[in-house]
Design a protein. Structure first.
Length: 291
């Protein structure tokens, strides 16, 4: 499959999970793609990262997205468990000392949004090239009734604190999967993105509509990379989620052309349909203060 990916022009590979370092053959797999001149990145919580693995990542020129869920020990460990704070900070120090470029990723939820302004300061302090945040998508463990769900008002407040912090620092911040934020984040230091144009592939080769949704639309081992991609973009689910989506409540919004109703996964996981709007949008809930 690796050869077919390269032959078809794929030049960027990101490995996420779960936790990638649970795979004992991870480095061998990354080297296969590195030897084919692919740009590599991976997402990790840092717990299983050691100096030897960091050195290998450095040799493979692999970029790392390091998950930190709070700017304080108390907040991070409330979400990740006892002892994880010192381990993630040690991981950041190890990456920096071995010359591995990395970014801090902050999954914003109701238990940590109040620290969204402190996260950029922490990221800069530990040596991250930039900081990214993503308002929580209710998938996997986040889908459980555990009190992590955000309100639109909390999203607005958290993202504004995030913006103010990177602006003050002159640092770079990225906001993922939140296209409606373009309506109220104006700093040149903040990049706002919606859905990425990529292909999410499971360990078994299944091509998923989105890595947060369990909709399988093809399989690269069965259909080949080119065939799997064509099945993906030609599927009714893909069209409904990304091409023809038009939530009723968004039709008169001036942001609709750039936002398309926000995150399709958050809409589906909350309302059971792609034709609903992103439930975290402050514009719909009037959570934004009046100008």
């Amino acid at each position: 499959m690796a050869g077919e990916l390269v032959e078809w022009g794929v030049d960027d590979l990101n490995v996420s999970g779960g936790e990638p370092f649970l795979r004992r053959d991870l480095m061998r797999l990354l080297k296969v793609f590195y030897d084919m001149d692919m740009d590599l990145s991976l997402n990790t919580n840092g717990i299983l990262l050691n100096r030897g693995r960091a050195r290998e990542l450095s040799r493979l020129e692999c970029f790392v997205f390091l998950s930190i869920d709070g700017a304080s020990r108390e907040t991070h460990e409330r979400l990740r468990g006892p002892g994880t704070w010192s381990r993630v900070l040690r991981a950041a120090k190890t990456l920096r000392s071995e010359g591995v470029p990395f970014a801090v990723v902050f999954a914003m939820n109701s238990r940590n949004f109040h620290e969204a302004g402190d996260i950029p300061r922490l990221a800069e302090r530990v040596g991250a090239l930039y900081v990214a945040t993503i308002p929580i998508i209710p998938s996997g463990a986040a889908h459980l009734p555990n009190g992590l769900a955000l309100s639109p008002a909390q999203v607005f407040k958290g993202l504004k604190m995030f913006e103010e912090s990177v602006e003050e620092l002159g640092y770079f911040g990225s906001v993922w999967c939140t296209p409606f934020a373009k309506a109220f984040l104006k700093s040149r230091h903040v990049h706002v993105s919606g859905c990425s144009e990529g292909m999410d592939i499971s360990p078994s080769g299944d091509v998923l509509l989105c890595d947060t949704l369990d909709f399988t639309v093809s399989n690269v081992l069965r259909d080949g990379v080119r065939g799997a991609w064509r099945k993906l973009i030609g599927s009714g689910l893909y069209r409904e989620a990304f091409l023809t989506r038009m939530p009723e409540e968004c039709r008169n919004c001036p942001m609709f052309g750039r936002c398309r109703g926000g995150c399709a996964a958050r809409a589906y996981l909350t309302h059971g349909t792609f034709q609903a709007a992103d439930p975290l949008c402050p514009l719909l809930s009037k959570a934004m203060p009046r100008a």
